[in-house]
Structures are given as C-alpha cells and as structure tokens.
Design a protein around this ligand. Structure first.
Ligand SMILES: Nc1ncnc2c1ncn2[C@@H]1O[C@H](COP(=O)(O)OP(=O)(O)OP(=O)(O)O)[C@@H](O)[C@H]1O
Ligand SMILES: [Mg+2]
Length: 259
C-alpha cells in the first residue's frame, strides 16, 4: 500500500513566478519525512504538487517529475482524481464540513468515489478510519452530531480520519499541529508514528522539536530572498540534520541563527 515517491528536478510555478526550483528527492515507503524551512520557502507548494493539488490554482504548473512507485503522476493520461485518491492530504486548519455529522465527515471522500455504499459497509469504514485516527473512543456515542461540535484537536483527527478512510498510499500533512495545544500535538504525533506502518507520510512543520520527534528523514528548504525561488538545501536522516548537518545554512536555521 505505502508507496515510494521520487521527485526529479521539480520546478514549481505560479504563473510566471518560479516559487520552487530544482527539487530532487526520494521518499521511502513506511517513513515519515518532515519538510522544514522559513516561511515562503515553498514547503506547502512542494507538498501540494505531490497530489496534484497545486494545479487547481489558476496559472499554476510544474516542470519535472513526481513518481509514485515509478509511475509519473504528471504523465499524459493520468487522472488527477485518481492521484488524489492515492495521495491524501490534511490541511493546516482542520476543515470538517460544519453541518455534516461526524460520521458523514469521515465518509465524505469515500462517498465521492463510490456512489452506492451500504449502511453496514459505511459504518465499518467510519469505525476503522476513526480508530486509525485515534478518535473512535471520543466520538463513538455521537457519530450523528455535527463535526463542528468537536475540539480543535478532535477536528484535526477527524480530518485525518477522512483522509485515511479512502485508503490512500501516501498521507500529506501541512502543519497539522499548528493550531493545537501540547497534549493534542503529542496525540497527533503518536498517531503519525502509527500511520507510517501503513502510509508514506510527509509532514510540513515549523516546530523543529516536532520534526525531530516524528520524522525519519528531514528536508530543509530555504530561500535566498523575496521573489527568489525556494530550494531544497539538505535532505538526510533526521538525526543527522539536527546533530551534524553538512550545510552551514541548515546549521544556522536549526540553531535559530537564521536571517
Ligand atoms: N496561490 C498562490 N499564488 C501565487 N503565489 C503563491 C501562492 N501560494 C504560494 N505562493 C508563493 O509561493 C512561495 C512559496 O509559498 P509556500 O506557501 O509554499 O511557502 P511555505 O514554505 O509553505 O511558507 P509558510 O511556512 O509560511 O507556510 C511564496 O513566495 C508564496 O508567496
Ligand atoms: Mg506553508
């Protein structure tokens, strides 16, 4: 299920503006990879190209290739809808559908893909996904109530449940803990650790302790100045990045001597 991602000389544009230049990296299945770097360096932009969410912005396009287990997701004839089913995404701000019940929130993606879903099948999928997102015990008695009635941390886990309910191979998370308290943050980090058993996980985070705690490998992105493209500076085992990086730029960033 879990897939390898190979990115080769990826250049990412918003119209004429080249936001990210020349990124090449390989992300192994069943690992957690953290993207770190200063604001505006292109972390979210790179993340969104991994499931073809980038191109939904008018004028946005890419050059280069992104392969999932060797298949180029940008090749002619590849359906972006299928790519997004394989590569799930959880956004920075938890965005459950407010009036939809907890259960229907979990099933929203599944229903898009399969029109006829039997009641017991739907119940099973919702239960498995909520268990996978470590939310089941907190919501099992109120599955019919609106998703907006949950706490921020619970809503974030609800969105994770929705993303894993369609059984993707890869899970992308853009700053999934930025709006959460330390307890909920640790809960999500535990969950990310469990999720890598089944998925290739890529997470963007501004929290370096978090990157150090949850990821196997860390990619440091940087930008030379406003209006310049972001670059991948260094990509290694997380332990190496945080203890003995090769590049001075990385060292300066992780030790807070940036800018
Ligand atoms: N929809 C968009 N249209 C035009 N330019 C954009 C768009 N989204 C991002 N950019 C630009 O692309 C560059 C990279 O932005 P991106 O959001 O990927 O950075 P980031 O590393 O995720 O930053 P942050 O840490 O603040 O989230 C920035 O210069 C940004 O202004
Ligand atoms: Mg971002």
């Amino acid at each position: 299920m879990s897939k390898q991602i190979t990115i080769d000389d990826l250049n990412i544009f918003y119209g004429d503006f080249r936001a990210v230049e020349g990124v090449s990296m390989r992300i192994e299945p069943r690992t957690v990879t953290a993207f770190i770097g200063p604001s505006g360096c292109g972390k979210s932009t790179v993340l969104r190209t991994l499931n073809r969410m980038h191109e939904v912005i008018p004028g946005a396009h890419v050059k280069g290739s992104v392969k999932m287990d060797g298949q180029d997701i940008y090749a002619a004839g590849v359906d972006s809808v299928n790519v997004r089913r394989e590569v799930g995404m959880v956004f920075q701000r938890a965005n459950p559908f407010p009036t939809m019940s907890i259960k229907e929130n979990v099933l929203a993606g599944v229903r898009l893909n399969s029109q006829r879903l039997g009641r017991s099948e739907a119940d099973d999928i919702a239960e498995q996904a909520l268990k996978g997102a470590n939310l089941w015990n907190e919501v099992k008695d109120r599955l019919g109530l609106p998703g907006s009635g949950l706490s921020g941390g619970q809503q974030q886990r609800l969105c994770i449940a929705r993303a894993i309910a369609v059984k993707p191979s890869v899970l992308l998370m853009d700053e999934p803990c930025s709006a959460l308290d330390p307890i909920s943050t640790l809960a999500i980090e535990d969950l990310i650790n469990d999720l890598k058993e089944e998925f290739t996980v890529v997470i963007v985070t501004h929290n370096m302790q978090q990157a150090a705690r949850v990821s196997d490998r860390t990619a440091f992105f940087n930008i030379a100045g406003t209006g310049k493209p972001g670059h991948l500076i260094e990509y290694k085992d997380t332990e190496t990045i945080f203890s003995r990086p090769d590049k001075e730029e990385t060292q300066n960033y992780i030790s807070g001597r940036f800018g």
